[in-house]
Design a protein around this ligand. Structure first.
Ligand SMILES: *Cc1c(COP(=O)(O)O)cnc(C)c1O
Length: 380
C-alpha cells in the first residue's frame, strides 16, 4: 500500500482490505439491468442478514446523515413531536436534524459517558402525550457508550411509538438484531463497521413505520429523501431499477465483496475481532497509566474513549502519532475536545498490527515527553 497512508484508528471511515479496494477499481457499471441487479440484490440479501431483518431495506447513496434525514422527514411532519435521546454529540445532532424539519423536540438525556435509561424514555413518553417517534443513537461515537436500544425500543412500543435508531457507527460491528429488537428504522453506513469505502447508507424500515407514513399521508419532506418514494421504486421498478436515482455502483460492488468476506467468516467471528482489539488497546493503555473515559460496562468494543493523562496535551499526542507513526486517532468532540482521544477498532484497526503500532506510538510519545513509563511486563 501507499507508503504515506496513515493507518486509520478512527470510528470511520476505516481502512479496508485490499480486495475491497481492487473491487472498487473495476470498470464502472451501469446502475440498472440484469447483471447489475444480481449484484444489488445479493448486497441487499447479505445486509438483511447483518441487520437481522426481513423489513424493507434500501441502499441510500450518501452519508449516514442522509438516511437519518430521510427517516425523520418521512415519519414526521412539521409540528410533530419527537423524543430524542441525548448523551453526546450525535444525539445532539439528531435533535438538530429534527428541529430543521420543524419538529417539536423533547429530550431524554444522560451525562456524557453514561447510557440512556429505558425507564427515563418511558417517563418522558408518559409525561408528553402526542410524541410520535423516538430517535436514539446506538453507539454514541463521541464517548463510545452503547445505548440499550432493545429496551428503549420496548419502551417506545409500549406507547405505540416507532423508534428510529442511528446505528451508523455500530451496525455490523456488534450484534443489532433489528427484528428481534423490533427496531422500526435502522440506519447505518458502508464506511464504518462494514469496512467499505464511503458512499452508501443502508436503511431498514418496519411495517409500523410504513403504517405511520401512510397515516400521515402526503406532504412528506422532499422527494429523494422520502422513504415512500424509495418503496415505490422498490415495488414497481424491481426488475430494472429498484431505486429512484443513480447508484454509486463501484462502492456497492466493493461492499458486495466485503459482505461476502464477512458472511464467509461468520458474523460472530467478525464481531469478536472488535472485542479482542478493544481489549488489547484498553489493557495496553491502562498499563501505560491511562484511564478510560467510559466505564467498560457501557463502552462499545468498537471504540475506546481515553482520558488524557493529567496535564497532557491530547492534541499534541494525536499530532505526534500521525506524523511519526502514521497512526490517526480521533480527538474529543465539542466540549470533550482536548480532554480525551478516541481509538477505533473497526476495519483493519482490529488487526494486531494496527493495535501494536498504536500502542508503540503512544509509549514512544510518553518517553519523549518525559512521562514515567513502567517497563513492559512479560505477560507469559
Ligand atoms: C459517523 C456518525 C454519523 C455521521 O455519519 P455520516 O456518514 O458522516 O453522515 C452519525 N451518527 C453516528 C453515531 C456516527 O458515528
Amino acid at each position: 500500500m501507499a507508503g504515506e497512508h496513515a493507518r486509520l484508528l478512527i470510528p470511520g471511515p476505516v481502512d479496508v482490505d485490499d480486495n475491497v479496494l481492487e473491487a472498487m477499481a473495476e470498470p464502472v457499471r451501469a446502475h440498472y439491468g440484469d447483471d447489475w441487479l444480481a449484484i444489488y440484490n445479493e448486497v441487499v440479501d447479505h445486509l438483511r442478514q447483518v441487520f437481522g431483518t426481513e423489513n424493507d431495506l434500501f441502499l441510500m447513496p450518501g452519508p449516514g446523515t442522509a438516511a437519518l434525514d430521510a427517516a425523520l422527514g418521512s415519519l414526521m411532519r412539521t409540528g410533530d413531536k419527537v423524543l430524542v435521546a441525548r448523551n453526546g454529540f450525535f444525539g445532539d445532532r439528531l435533535a438538530a436534524m429534527a428541529r430543521s424539519y420543524g419538529l417539536e423536540v423533547r429530550h431524554v438525556s444522560a451525562p456524557l459517558g453514561q447510557p440512556i435509561e429505558p425507564g427515563a424514555v418511558r417517563r418522558a413518553l408518559a409525561a408528553g402525550p402526542g410524541i410520535e417517534a423516538v430517535a436514539v443513537v446506538h453507539l454514541e461515537t463521541s464517548t463510545a457508550v452503547l445505548n440499550p436500544v432493545e429496551r428503549i425500543a420496548a419502551a417506545a412500543h409500549d406507547f405505540e411509538v416507532p423508534i428510529i435508531v442511528d446505528a451508523v457507527s455500530s451496525l455490523g460491528g456488534v450484534p443489532l438484531p433489528v427484528d428481534e429488537w423490533d427496531i422500526d428504522v435502522c440506519v447505518s453506513v458502508a464506511n464504518k463497521c462494514l469496512a467499505c469505502p464511503a458512499g452508501v447508507a443502508p436503511i431498514s424500515v418496519s411495517q409500523r413505520a410504513w403504517d405511520q407514513m401512510e397515516r400521515k399521508g402526503e406532504r412528506a419532506h422532499g422527494w429523494y429523501l422520502n422513504l415512500d418514494v424509495w418503496k415505490d421504486f422498490a415495488d414497481n421498478w424491481a426488475s430494472w431499477h429498484p431505486y429512484p436515482t443513480t447508484q454509486p455502483t463501484n462502492v456497492i460492488y466493493a461492499l458486495l465483496i466485503q459482505l461476502r468476506c464477512i458472511m464467509a467468516e461468520g458474523l460472530d467471528a467478525y464481531y469478536r475481532r472488535h472485542v479482542v482489539a478493544a481489549q488489547s488497546v484498553r489493557d495496553g493503555l491502562r498499563r501505560l497509566g491511562f484511564e478510560m473515559f467510559t466505564p467498560d460496562a457501557y463502552a462499545s468494543p468498537l471504540l475506546t474513549a481515553v482520558r488524557g493523562l493529567p496535564g497532557m496535551d491530547v492534541e499534541d499526542l494525536r499530532r505526534y502519532l500521525l506524523e511519526e507513526w502514521q497512526v490517526m486517532v480521533s480527538g474529543g468532540l465539542s466540549e470533550l475536545r482536548g480532554k480525551l482521544f478516541r481509538v477505533g477498532h473497526a476495519g483493519r484497526a482490529a488487526s494486531q498490527e494496527y493495535v501494536d503500532q498504536f500502542l508503540a506510538g503512544v509509549e514512544a510519545y510518553l518517553r519523549l515527553r518525559g512521562y514515567d513509563v513502567a517497563p513492559v511486563q512479560d505477560e507469559g
